[in-house]
Design a protein around this ligand. Structure first.
Ligand code: NDP
Length: 268
């Protein structure tokens, strides 16, 4: 039997085991998917091999640490420098990033030309890169300067949350994406006035969080924006991840994954 898991901290909230185990069962694959509370990425290689895993998903806050541990990185993950999916191949760890496509699937049929991404962590990098690959103009704002260096080096327009230029506050962003963990703590990622000013001119607000009421999206709704939470991103990143784990085409995985997603997200 093959074993998969999702590593993260915290991890108890993760719905990945439900999604993956249901599809593994439906496709009659002899495999199980668990969750693993990872206290530190130190000695991760040894841990990964000692657990006898064939593959794993990586979540907050380890996506960049594990990318640095991989023997090989494939596809868009090379540009992002963060992985959310790894497999064991010939005693090597191979890393992928399916967050980028998981995010983009939510908005691919919308007419988006420019975006503001708030946050500069692993998921922000994935989002900024896939938006740019699809010719969407991206500005990135973050709480602290340090993590903006990645975006500056790649030529993205950046600013610090508390120093957003007046001209930027008046810009029309088609979509504003909260790629921070602020909503977990029921706080806004930007100062309330700045955010409201930006929402005045925007069309869509996206928050990566899922599973609970979100103060960022509630605030956007009061300004008349369309809102999208992170639940479908979870679904759309899981489909290619399971395809990488099993070598089964995404088209065979998708209907089962969508079915179980609907069961656990009856309102979406
Ligand atoms: P990281 O830890 O890599 O980055 C977090 C970022 O958020 C940092 O830039 C940090 O700023 C910023 N930040 C944290 N708290 C606040 C706050 N209170 N106000 C403003 N900025 C803040 O996390 P990830 O990028 O991996 O994940 C971000 C969020 O997205 C998580 O909540 C995660 O669960 C969610 N997520 C959801 C997915 C889905 O499928 N729906 C997929 C991936 C992620 P600084 O640089 O200053 O520390």
């Amino acid at each position: 039997m093959k074993l998969f898991t999702v590593f993260g901290n915290p991890i108890a909230h993760s719905k990945s085991p439900i999604l993956h185990n249901y599809v593994l069962y439906k496709l009659k694959i002899d495999a199980r998917y668990t969750r693993y509370l990872l206290d530190s990425s130190k000695n991760f290689r040894e841990l990964f091999f000692s657990l006898g895993l064939s593959g794993a998903n990586i979540t907050l806050p380890y996506k960049e640490d594990i990318a640095n541990i991989c023997d090989e990185i494939c596809g868009i993950a090379q540009k992002i420098g963060a992985v959310n999916t790894i497999i064991k191949k010939d005693n090597k760890i191979i890393g992928y990033n399916t967050d980028a496509i998981g995010f983009y699937k939510n908005i691919e049929d919308r007419n988006i030309k420019n975006a503001l991404v708030i946050g500069a962590g692993g998921s922000s990098k994935a989002i900024a890169m896939i938006l740019r690959e699809n010719n969407i103009n991206v500005m990135v704002s973050n709480r602290s300067k340090k993590n903006l260096a990645f975006f500056d080096a790649k030529g993205f327009e950046t600013c610090i949350n508390d120093e957003i230029p007046e001209s930027t506050k008046k810009r029309e962003f088609d979509i504003i994406i909260n790629a921070t963990s602020s909503s977990i703590n029921d706080t806004l990622p930007l100062q309330k006035d700045d955010l409201e000013s930006l929402f005045e001119r925007s069309k869509i607000a996206f928050d990566l969080m899922y599973g609970k009421k979100c103060i960022f999206l509630e605030s956007a709704k009061t300004k008349g924006l369309d809102t999208i939470d992170g639940s479908k991103m979870l679904l759309y990143q899981a489909i290619p991840a399971l395809s990488i784990f099993t070598n089964i085409d995404e088209s065979a995985i998708k209907p089962h994954m969508e079915y179980i997603y609907k069961i656990i997200n009856p309102n979406n």
